[in-house]
Design a protein around this ligand. Sequence first.
Ligand SMILES: Cc1ncc(C[n+]2csc(CCOP(=O)(O)OP(=O)(O)O)c2C)c(N)n1
Ligand code: SF4
Length: 299
Amino acid sequence: MADTSAPALRASTGPALPVIGKSDTKPTWCPGCGDFSVLAAVEMALKRLRIPSHNVAVVSGIGCSSNLPHFLSSYGFHAIHGRALPVAEGIRWANHGLTVIATGGDGDGFGIGAGHFVHTMRRNVDLTYVTMDNQIYGLTTGQASPTSMMGQRTKSTPNGVIEAPVDPIALALASGATYVARGFSGDVKHLADLVANGIQHRGFSFVDVFSPCVTYNKLNTFDFFRQRVYKLENAGHDPTNLGLAFQRAIEWGDKIPIGLFYTVDRPTYEDLEEVLSAGPLAQQPAGLAGRSTLLDEFA
Ligand SMILES: Cc1ncc(C[n+]2csc(CCOP(=O)(O)OP(=O)(O)O)c2C)c(N)n1
Ligand code: SF4
């Protein structure tokens, strides 16, 4: 976990440290888009943890959802399509004192970014990845995404999707993520709890969010999920049991689980990478260790 102990909200000498909030940029999302709730939940989580703006970096790829970093007062980086996670990893390695959050859509994370998704999880890099999973490409106006349901008619699948969807939760469990959860934009408080716990968890935290696209996905709507979702914590689920987590992950039908599927303590990439043991690279002296000995060999 990033250094959340630091945020004494008022430095002993100097001005109050700014708590996270909305930026001056107003969201351009369609009225009713699920992503508004995700933005609110991320802000609530960071406020609750009292992490000041300057200690947070939010990174995204490309898509409607990937515009999220613009709307927070933290540091932000709007990367290219599918590349939120490698950029987020790079930020962690350069300065693992920061709280790093990656955000984006299902197309961004589970399509073009799928390779990065798997490898960041198996490394257990200590960051939080929040996906706004609307099961469609929103920004490009309604093509099928990797999580679109079979049979769904979209702009790119006029006769219905014929490919089986990616199951992000099962994929995360299989790839070694150490905190795996799912939220719903229709329940912001529950979602904020999942995000806050994910930020506090040491290791790769994944929160997949049912975040309906009200403009292009007329199948997976707020009502669709309201009628189906139930909370794992109310169903006696044991989030320390990987086998049970897989069983819950593949549930899809009249009942669909949200909440914490799985969590485990495992050393993070940052714990195991020797070069980071002396503290954040950004605060270490620049230079090449043992440089003179190395250069002497070529003299
Ligand atoms: C390399 C590359 N390929 C394709 C695109 C076009 N493109 C932009 S956003 C996007 C998909 C967005 O869908 P998703 O990630 O689910 O986000 P949403 O807009 O639904 O929030 C695509 C295909 C691109 N920008 N770059
Ligand atoms: S097109 Fe869909 S995902 Fe994009 S802002 Fe509008 S409702 Fe949200």
